[in-house]
Design a protein around this ligand. Sequence first.
Ligand code: 5GP
Length: 191
Amino acid sequence: MHGKLILVVGPTGSGKGTLEAHLHEVRPDIYWSISCTTRTPRPGEKDGDRYFFIPKEEFERLEKAGEFLEWAQYGGNFYGTLKSQVFPMLAQGKTVMREVEVQGARQIMQAVPKEQCKIIFIDAGPWEELERRVLARASMGEVELLSRRKRYEDEISFMPQADVVVKNYDGGLSQAKKDFVAAVEKLQQSV
Ligand code: 5GP
């Protein structure tokens, strides 16, 4: 029996992290793959929790050794999903989930059969709404805002490839949490 790999994709600020934290609470049985990254931990982030924080040389060594199912560069840092975090769990019939950006999602879709690999896209509405949220969290220069917008457009162009789209518009978080759990449970059952 093979488990499902469910990828969560969506623009920065779409609330992926909040929905992930909610799912941890209500479905602790679901395994979240721990990725490698070369970025520095943010305050409160522990090594081995959501990420293994590793130096660039170590990342390159793992990449050359063929240890990654996918990897991508994002915002000047490297991110990669380890095969060892995914395949043993799938072989045991477990559901594995991971948040990835679009380049990684595309690579995984090439490598894992469609029946086993499912995508949930978090749609946080139009750019203007996201821009408001991002600016409410931190001030930002024109250049950074423009590069965020480009990334947003890249991520949103991936939406038609998702198996389920969960809407997380302003003020709709409690409904989005319910829809997210329902989406995961539907995809676990799907063939
Ligand atoms: P953050 O640095 O904010 O945790 O993540 C930045 C971006 O990297 C997010 O879009 C997130 O979905 C993506 N990401 C996190 N882990 C991985 C991974 O293992 N592979 C890829 N390709 N993207 C990832």
